[in-house]
Design a binder for this molecule. Structure first.
Ligand SMILES: NC(=O)c1ccc[n+]([C@@H]2O[C@H](COP(=O)([O-])OP(=O)(O)OC[C@H]3O[C@@H](n4cnc5c(N)ncnc54)[C@H](O)[C@@H]3O)[C@@H](O)[C@H]2O)c1
Length: 157
């Protein structure tokens, strides 16, 4: 059984890869080696030194990279994400592209390749975004409800 670990060069991913290898599984890592995580010259020797581990440098937002990485894999552990790196609202697009689009591309490729087993670590940043959006949506609904019952002069009863 071969497991594709996206983000397998990252903090959690590298431990997952080690644990899988310890249990006798073959592993393929798909990681873009983001320079803001790994620096300009990532050291892959610890991963590549593990028996049964293949490292593919590629991006989960690329249909081609993901389809290629899935060939011969039976299951996926999805850990590739942008994680708490940004400090600015301008990072939102990168969060959404990496975390949402990357996951969507992976799910599409898995469906096409008939790979049906997935372990997904929800990026905390998406959870935060979803929670914020839900709150915003609720207050928007409340505002609309209030507006629909407002008096002709616009004041709310
Ligand atoms: N570390 C924690 O305490 C913690 C807690 C809860 C949840 N998580 C979640 O677990 C997951 C992994 O977290 P981590 O701490 O190992 O992060 P990390 O930044 O150490 O690892 C993420 C890895 O994903 C890679 N990556 C990023 N974008 C990619 C892309 N588009 N394509 C391919 N690879 C890409 C990075 O190069 C990196 O190696 C995240 O979803 C995170 O939100 C982490």
């Amino acid at each position: 059984m071969t497991t594709l670990v996206t983000g397998g060069a990252g903090f959690i991913g590298s431990h997952v890869v080690e644990a899988l290898v310890r249990d006798g599984h073959r592993v393929r890592v798909l990681d873009s080696l983001r320079p803001d995580v790994h620096g300009p010259a990532p050291d892959l020797s610890p991963l590549r030194g593990l028996r049964g581990v293949e490292v593919v440098v590629g991006d989960t937002t690329s249909t081609r990279d993901v389809a290629g990485a899935l060939v011969g894999c039976d299951r996926v552990v999805h850990l590739a994400a942008k994680v708490g790196l940004g400090v600015d609202f301008a990072d939102t697009e990168d969060y959404v592209h990496t975390n949402a689009t990357g996951t969507a591309v992976l799910l599409g490729a898995m469906a096409r390749a008939d790979v049906r087993r997935l372990v997904l670590a929800s990026p905390w940043s998406s959870t935060a975004t979803a929670t914020t959006s839900t709150r915003q949506a609720r207050s928007c609904v409340r505002a609309r409800a209030a507006a629909s019952t407002s008096r002709p002069d616009g004041s709310i009863p």
